[in-house]
Write a protein that binds this ligand. Structure first.
Ligand code: PEP
Ligand code: MN
Length: 337
């Protein structure tokens, strides 16, 4: 159950309210975000939510039966929009394109891609400076130095950036350079990281775990929200199945289902979703038709030379064609271009 609290409620009255809810047999957790204060009510108390609705200081009560609450659509039918400033938004009806290399590799690479994106009206650049690699001997990313280079190059073109954070202790130094923190598939259930990202006032793009269910993804999102950050974007990036013909199995079903279960925006990552360059475009478009609010895609001036994920990375020509087709679909979906 979610209890919304009257804005004017003082600390003493809030303390009393929590006590009264607990006296009804519930557990009460106070959540304070950038936007509002809530009390999340769990446990087995009275079935009659009116008992809570009548308490002093309560502005609204919502019965949520899911294992996650604040990210559920059961209490918030209006969709969440992520506002990155300067007119850049995610989840407002337009399809957000986030494109860039798997890894940041150097100044020239950043500049070349940033100019390409600006010329093609793409407002958000992706790129990893801290890379989660399966092998400790693979390229691990350019680290903080790479992030600063990335932020400078992207900002020079007026672009926002999204980049992966691997560990809680990286957050503080990354904060001034990042517009969206990406939590990768290997960290979807790193609850300490999620809780720390709940304390920052920057959007978080949360990828689905490699073998994660949608319920687990939403519970992970709940960790971020309940720690204080409402600015969350969900990302379907493919899951591991028995199929070996491609890197992952992009679960198209996840897109409409997540949008039905949650008020958060949902984006699709076709690059990791299939892992094969020539199929990235159709899979990306399928994701958009399925209702994705955005596309996260890997591009590089010379994909064959990319330091990581070369096999799934689009060149500029392929990227341009994809952007055009995505924009064509905005009207198909009844969204405004
Ligand atoms: C990435 O975006 O480059 C990445 C590592 O993604 P994922 O966590 O989905 O594997
Ligand atoms: Mn990658």
């Amino acid at each position: 159950m979610i209890v919304q609290i009257e804005e004017s409620l003082g600390e003493r009255a809030l303390f009393d309210l929590i006590g009264e809810i607990e006296a009804l047999g519930f557990e009460a957790t106070q959540v304070v975000t950038q936007k509002q204060s809530y009390i999340v009510v769990t446990g087995k108390g009275t079935d009659d939510i009116r008992a809570i609705g009548h308490l002093k200081g309560v502005s609204d009560v919502h019965s949520v039966k899911d294992s996650y609450q604040l990210v559920s659509r059961a209490w918030k039918v209006k969709r969440t929009t992520i506002d990155l400033g300067d007119g850049v938004t995610i989840g407002d009806g337009k399809i957000a394109i986030m494109a860039g290399p798997c890894s940041i590799e150097g100044v020239d690479q950043v500049d070349e891609i940033a100019s390409f994106l600006a010329e093609n009206r793409v407002a958000i650049m992706r790129g990893g400076a801290f890379k989660p690699r399966s092998s400790p001997y693979s390229f691990q990313g350019m680290g903080q130095e790479g992030l600063q280079m990335f932020a400078e190059g992207a900002r020079a073109q007026g672009l926002k950036i999204i980049t992966e954070v691997l560990a809680p202790q990286q957050i503080e130094s990354m904060l001034p350079f990042v517009d969206i923190f990406q939590v990768g598939a290997r960290n979807t259930q790193n609850f300490t990281l999620l809780q720390e990202l709940g304390k920052v006032d920057k959007p978080v793009l949360l990828k689905r775990g490699i073998s994660g269910t949608l319920e687990e993804l939403l519970q992970s999102a709940e960790y971020i929200f309940s720690s204080g950050n409402e600015k969350i974007i969900l990302c379907e990036r493919g899951i591991r199945t028995f199929e070996k013909a491609y890197r992952n199995t992009l679960d198209i079903n996840a897109i409409p289902v997540l949008k039905d279960k949650s008020h958060l925006p949902v984006v699709v990552d076709p690059s990791h979703g299939i892992g094969i360059r020539k199929f990235v475009e159709p899979v990306a478009l399928a994701g958009v038709v399925a209702g994705a609010d955005g596309v996260l895609v890997e591009i590089h001036p010379v994909p064959e030379e990319a330091f990581s994920d070369a096999a799934q990375t689009l060149n500029f020509k392929e990227a341009q064609q994809l952007f055009t087709k995505i924009r064509g679909l905005e009207s198909f979906n009844g969204q405004s271009a």
